[in-house]
Design a protein around this ligand. Structure first.
Ligand code: ZN
Length: 202
């Protein structure tokens, strides 16, 4: 679905939600359930609302969020925000994958408001995703908007589509990383980042 179509689907608010609801009701019937029974009566409404919520990142303008939080500073040491909890939906099964993100950058006369980094992770998480693209989007957006000397992003996540469906051994988290600028070119910078985020089990 194109981006424009997506935004339009969201703008019609209540009507869009009602359409999702009726489709969920259809899915329940197709699964052999009775959508009219007491326990399921409000389920289509709840599912529609939670799907909207879990994909709310489509409606957020990253530029607007970031542009008023950039500040000129001479600080030039590594900035790291670790252990950012994130929850996303895999685009192949629409099942959750979730874990922690570690994000670092080396400033180049500009810093970003610290609370914006978890916010950025959240915006991109709340879309249908694959972990690899999520990692890249976080890193390349920071690189693009902040123009730092480099960016490093590591994501560790558990994928319920693998764990619940038994396709992979249980509880084996997937790690992805994206190193840009000096994080890619300079092994000491990369090492410093990896040492500082040394990870524990999710
Ligand atoms: Zn999946």
């Amino acid at each position: 679905m194109s981006r424009i179509k997506n935004i339009r689907a969201r703008e019609d608010g209540g009507a869009g939600l009602a359409r999702i609801e009726s489709r969920v009701r259809g899915i329940l019937s197709d699964l052999g359930e009775d959508p009219r029974r007491e326990g399921l009566r409000a389920t289509p409404h709840r599912v529609a609302k939670s799907l909207r919520d879990l994909t709310s990142g489509y409606g957020v303008d990253v530029d607007v969020m970031i542009n008023n939080a950039l500040f000129t500073e001479s600080y030039d040491e590594m900035v790291i925000v670790r252990d950012i909890a994130f929850y996303s939906l895999c685009e192949h099964h629409m099942l959750p994958f979730f874990g922690r993100a570690h994000v670092a950058y080396l400033p180049n006369k500009r810093i970003i408001g610290l609370s914006k980094i978890p916010k950025l992770v959240e915006i991109f998480s709340r879309r249908l995703q694959v972990q690899e693209r999520l990692t890249l989007q976080i890193a390349s957006t920071l690189m693009d908007k902040l123009k730092p000397r480099g960016v490093g992003v590591i994501l560790e996540a558990r994928h319920l589509c693998m764990e619940m469906r038994g396709a992979e051994s249980q509880h084996s988290p997937t790690t992805t990383s994206c190193m840009l600028g000096v994080f890619q070119k300079d092994s000491r910078t990369r090492k410093e980042f990896l040492e500082l985020v040394k990870t524990r089990p999710i």
